[in-house]
Write a protein that binds this ligand. Structure first.
Ligand code: PMP
Ligand code: GLU
Length: 395
């Protein structure tokens, strides 16, 4: 028998999947830099600050003390207790640290494991677009169907009851929300939360709430956790992590919290895949939650300053509009007037101006005509990058 082409051994649900576009652009930046090109990276969502020193010290002390073996699968009891205390005090969310909190290798792994546990063929998951790049692929990898709810730039990507209702079917089980939002920088207002609350109850949905940017808010805005709303508490999973708030992207630390009946299912997926998250990184997370929170305010002040620097510079470019983001550390610039697709523009900008940005279509069709610009670069490079983009787009 002639050998099968190797690709035929790949599962069709994986063969049809695109690689993560955010990771692909970041790898491209690394490759260009290795070949000597000086690229400014406005594509990747990685805080440009070191992890605060007390967090690093807690982890290195744990390594030195020999904390290098398997630990409790669901997370160190001290960390689960700190997470439950944080959810209660910051978010008004009540969970039992014993059985309602699971520590994972990043917020990404928490979402992935939850999808594996709760999504199956036939399950429809509503994803508000533009959306972070990995939501839909995670649904597909668990055999479910991602259903886009396309929000419109014309009303500032607001969630409305009409748009949501149009996407609901008898097979809808989960509504995924992400406020503050990557990539749009939007923060849900009261009316949007009302839409979420009413829809969840009316259609008997679970809410997956990705709150990874909760600490990054501007102009005095407040964060709301849907699990703090009485009617949603029993039907919400709260996802969060340490990457953004504490500049700990490389540590791979996150968690999911919510009702025991669901967490016990997710814990099985976790046990059979991750086993546990390293104990010494978890010691860093304990220090992050229990230690001083001032480093967050310092980083948010920098991102606040940069959005004010960047938006007027972008708006000087003919055909470009950009609202100030309300939260998270991305600008979502409207380049519909620039006369090319967002992918063409992003490619032109990286080739000619040596600045990496994300094309809006990486976040779904609703992102066409937009570029995502991360504010995670020091002010001088940010100014230089925007000047290069201006020269490039003005031709
Ligand atoms: N959700 C959103 C919206 C994100 O932008 C990211 C990217 N970092 C994540 C989840 C996952 O972050 P991590 O796995 O580093 O915790
Ligand atoms: N979430 C970040 C981003 O959107 C980091 C990369 C990733 O995990 O997708 O750029």
């Amino acid at each position: 028998m002639p050998p099968r082409p190797l690709l035929e051994f790949a599962a069709s649900r994986v063969r049809t999947l695109q690689p993560s576009p955010t990771l692909a652009v970041t790898e491209r930046v690394r490759a260009l830099r290795r070949s000597g090109v000086e690229v400014i990276d406005l594509a990747s969502g990685d805080p440009d600050f070191p992890t605060p020193v007390h967090i690093r010290q807690a982890a290195t002390a744990a390594i030195e003390a020999g904390d290098t073996h398997y630990v409790t699968a669901g997370g160190l009891p001290e960390l689960r207790a700190a997470i439950a205390a944080k959810l209660a005090s910051d978010n008004g969310v009540q969970v039992d640290p014993d059985g309602e909190v699971l520590v994972t290798a990043g917020g990404k792994a928490a979402l992935f494991e939850a999808m594996q546990a709760l999504v199956e063929p036939g399950t429809e998951v509503l994803i508000l677009e533009p959306s972070w790049v990995s939501f839909a692929p995670m649904v597909q990898l668990s055999g479910g169907t991602p259903v886009p709810v396309r929000l419109s730039a014309d009303d500032g990507f607001r969630l409305t009851a009409e748009r949501l209702a149009a996407a609901i079917s008898p097979r809808t089980r989960i509504l995924l929300v992400n406020s503050p939002n990557n990539p749009t920088g939007r923060v849900f207002d009261e009316a949007e939360w009302k839409v979420v609350r009413e829809a969840a109850v009316a259609w008997d949905l679970l809410i997956f709430s990705d709150e990874i940017y909760e600490k990054i808010l501007f102009d005095g805005r407040a964060h709301h956790s849907p699990a703090s709303f009485p009617e949603l508490a029993g039907r919400t999973l709260t996802f969060n992590g340490f990457s953004k708030a504490y500049a700990m992207t490389g540590w791979r630390l996150g968690y999911v919290a919510g009702p025991r009946a669901l967490l016990s299912q997710i814990a099985k997926v976790h046990g059979h895949s991750a086993t546990c998250v390293p104990g010494f990184t978890q010691r860093g997370a304990v220090a992050a939650l229990n230690g001083p929170q001032t480093p967050i305010a310092e980083m948010v002040a920098a991102w606040d300053r940069r959005r004010r620097i960047a938006v007027p510079l972008l708006e000087q470019i003919p055909g470009v509009r950009c609202p100030l983001p309300e939260g998270a550390f991305y600008l979502f610039a409207d380049v519909r007037g620039a006369g090319a697709s967002s992918l063409e523009l992003a490619n032109r900008i990286v080739e000619q101006a040596h600045v990496a940005v994300m094309p809006g279509t990486a976040f779904g069709e609703a992102g066409e005509g937009f570029l995502r610009i991360a504010l995670t670069t020091p002010d001088p490079q940010l100014r230089e990058a925007l000047e290069r983009i201006r020269r490039c787009l003005q031709g």
